[in-house]
Design a protein around this ligand. Sequence first.
Ligand SMILES: NC(=O)c1ccc[n+]([C@@H]2O[C@H](COP(=O)([O-])OP(=O)(O)OC[C@H]3O[C@@H](n4cnc5c(N)ncnc54)[C@H](OP(=O)(O)O)[C@@H]3O)[C@@H](O)[C@H]2O)c1
Length: 330
Amino acid sequence: MQHIPSESRYGTMKYNRCGRSGLMLPAVSLGLWHNFGDVTLYENSREMVRRAFDLGITHFDIANNYGPPPGSAEENFGRILRADFSSYRDEMIISTKAGYTMWPGPYGDRGSKKYLTASLDQSLKRLGLDYVDIFYHHRPDPDTPIEETASALDLAVRQGKALYAGISNYNAEQSAAAIKALRALGTPCVIHQPRYSMLSREPEMGLLDLLVKEGVGSIAYSPLAKGLLTDRYLKGIPEDSRAAGRSVFLKPADITEKLVAKAEKLNAIASKRGQKLAQMALSWVLRDGKVTSVLIGASKASQIEECAMAAGNTSFSEEELSAIDNILAE
Ligand SMILES: NC(=O)c1ccc[n+]([C@@H]2O[C@H](COP(=O)([O-])OP(=O)(O)OC[C@H]3O[C@@H](n4cnc5c(N)ncnc54)[C@H](OP(=O)(O)O)[C@@H]3O)[C@@H](O)[C@H]2O)c1
């Protein structure tokens, strides 16, 4: 049966302006990197999107290569959109990306205009959409002039296949060049998608400040460090966890004693704040207003429910912040 969204869906979520643009994003967004491919249960994926939307999570992030197999997450999400959200497209912000290997040969990877333009067309077909809201270049390509990559994003926007252009995984210097090249074409870079969490603080080394100065929004991916910054691994590696599953991006060997010891200490601070560790990890990313949204992943709807509440408690005392820094530095 088609989903009837909750009438109270806009009651609690916070929406933040994405840089100096008209785009508002929910403080918590849902990414479809894991648990939306053909190898996972469609009904669970569907339930997660339904629950997210009911909680005011209006933004869903995907990429051409998400699966497995690559492309299947877009196909499955397209199926969910048709089944449940055909009347709600105007309440959703859907992003996709291209930049990693997608098809064989010289035109299925990296940052050329040929690849990006073809990939977006393929994504739209798989999603069953006329346009995406945000189209990202997924990673910098040092061998393609940034002016060419920028012109591919600009073309997508001018053709109406994307409303906004974004970049991901660019460092501060690469971002400055991309922002400039896009601006010269009259299509602003509206958003950057860097990895940022308590365990990945590279964006603090200049990138976040650059984005604020340039009026570019940011959405932090893997804010829970793929599950390490949650209570998931405090008592071993659960069978249904990402680390125990088929993901090549988190292996049992990544769940080290040192990281679990940090998570335990962080968990104690979270408890004192009246939060779960996952919630505190998200609140921390959102703490100083530099980041527009946190882009979580999930394997079950109950995790999304917990995470959605994080935006309600983003202030930290100086003592809490320095206690967290000390634990992270151990
Ligand atoms: N631009 C890029 O290059 C790039 C790269 C990576 C990701 N991304 C984007 O970022 C999104 C999120 O990445 P991610 O999945 O690595 O994010 P994450 O939020 O750091 O980790 C998600 C995992 O944390 C666990 N989790 C979530 N909520 C929880 C809760 N309340 N309690 C306990 N555990 C919880 C779940 O693990 P279990 O599965 O074990 O339950 C979940 O799969 C992706 O879907 C994608 O859209 C972008």
